[in-house]
Design a protein around this ligand. Structure first.
Ligand code: UDP
Length: 399
């Protein structure tokens, strides 16, 4: 697997490190558990990075030097890709490795995968995670450069399989890049069901020093304009019952400082600053207590490729209010598990948030239903489906 720009063991919730890193790490582990050997290549992001980090049974992460030994902007990685490719090939030769298949993540890695695919004469699969053309069509945040859109288009037409997480993404790729539908496989993402599990809400609240009567709303994710956090703040300001209302915003590092400042200013302008706490990055292993303590989790995004956060919340038995994005729209059973709203219009979000905040105490039935649903999305299922796809691709490639 190639994941050049973002480290699969990097700090989740940082500017460019989120769902894709979780996907690569969890999938590599699970494939190894099933008996496959997996090498994941990424760029050195920190001079202290060990060159090789074991990820699981027969899965490892390999750091290659290309560009500065620090976190650099995604786009600035592009000029270093030829060097990254050379380093990868030289590591492979030195260690006498032979790969059966390449699976690239994001367009930057797809560029590398394409060079190696030609040289090694093996099939190349790609997952884009987000689409530049679609982001530009939405028009929130910085515009995506033509080099990204053109490279994605080229890869979407020339890779042997494009893996997507939802049917909607399949339609988007066919629409924006003209990929034949037969070359696209839909494999929904997974959730770590051992880590994300329900436990007693009261205990979770105590652990966080919350009062049992606090009404707690949670946001988890990278702090990016596409996540629609400003709309969530505007929705919070519309909620009538202010007493003991709390919103926790988890995510964001020093590279997200400007956006966090903008959101803090907005909270002050809306006069809700006392209700909102920006917690910054929280280690994923510590997130379950937050999901469990919360009354609901909100995903106010303009765009998600899949959106792991909604699934993590459901796995903990906590309902979700989400816009019609990613996997959640087809997963969530309205009312029982939360609500899917058509857009992140603050009034729509606020109405559904209020419904969940004022609903009668769950006697465990609803949490159980959410958990049962999340259990269908194990990483072992993802690995099984991907293996099946890889076999089919290899069969037709070598036919
Ligand atoms: N995450 C985390 N700590 C944080 C913020 C986020 O561990 O402080 C994780 C979260 O658990 C989830 C991922 O980052 O697994 C975000 O993935 P998602 O698919 O929701 O969003 P993306 O990053 O792909 O936009």
């Amino acid at each position: 697997m190639i994941c050049a720009h973002s480290c699969p063991v990097g700090k989740l919730g940082a500017k460019d490190t989120g769902g894709m890193s979780v996907y690569v790490r969890e999938l590599a582990r699970e494939l190894a558990r099933c008996g496959h050997a997996v090498d994941v290549y990424t760029r050195v992001h920190d001079p202290n990075d060990a060159q090789i980090i074991p990820l699981g049974d027969d899965a490892r992460l390999i750091h290659l030097r290309a560009g500065e030994d620090s976190v650099i902007d995604k786009l600035d990685v592009f000029p270093h890709l030829p060097e990254f490719t050379r380093q990868l090939e030289s590591f492979r030769k030195q260690n006498n490795l032979h790969y059966d298949l390449i699976y690239s993540h994001y367009w930057l890695s797809g560029w590398v995968g394409k060079q190696l695919q030609r040289r090694w004469d093996v099939p190349h699969l790609i997952m884009f995670h987000t689409l530049g053309a679609l982001k530009n069509a939405i028009g929130i945040g910085e515009g995506e450069p033509w080099i990204r859109v053109e490279t994605e288009k080229y890869l979407a037409r020339s890779c042997h399989r494009v893996i997507v997480a939802t049917e909607k993404e399949k339609r988007d790729i066919a629409f924006y890049y003209g990929t034949p539908e037969a070359s696209i496989a839909v494999i929904p993402c997974g959730v770590n069901l051992e880590l994300f599990r329900p436990y007693q809400k009261e205990k979770a609240r105590q652990q966080l020093g919350l009062d049992g009567k606090d009404r707690t709303i949670l946001f988890v994710g990278r702090i990016d304009p596409l996540k629609g956090i400003d709309k969530l703040l505007a929705a919070l300001a519309l909620i009538g019952i202010r007493d003991r209302l709390r919103l926790f915003i988890i995510g964001g590092d020093e590279n997200s400082r400007r956006e966090i400042e903008r959101l803090k200013k907005l909270s002050r302008d809306l006069r809700i600053q006392e209700l909102v706490t920006f917690l910054g990055l929280i280690k994923q292993t510590e997130l379950p207590v937050y999901y469990n303590a919360a009354d609901l989790c909100v995903v106010p995004s303009y765009y998600e490729s899949f959106g792991l956060v909604a699934l993590e919340s459901l796995a903990c038995g906590t309902p979700v209010v989400t816009t019609r994005v990613g996997g959640a729209e087809s997963i969530i059973r309205q009312g029982d598990m939360g609500y899917v709203v058509d857009s992140n219009n603050p009034a729509q979000l606020a109405q559904k948030m209020e419904l969940l905040l004022t609903r009668p105490e769950d006697n465990g039935r609803q949490a159980g239903a959410m958990r049962a649903l999340a259990e269908k999305f194990s990483w072992s299922n993802v690995a099984r489906k991907l293996t099946r796809e890889c076999r089919a691709v290899r069969k037709s490639y070598f036919a």
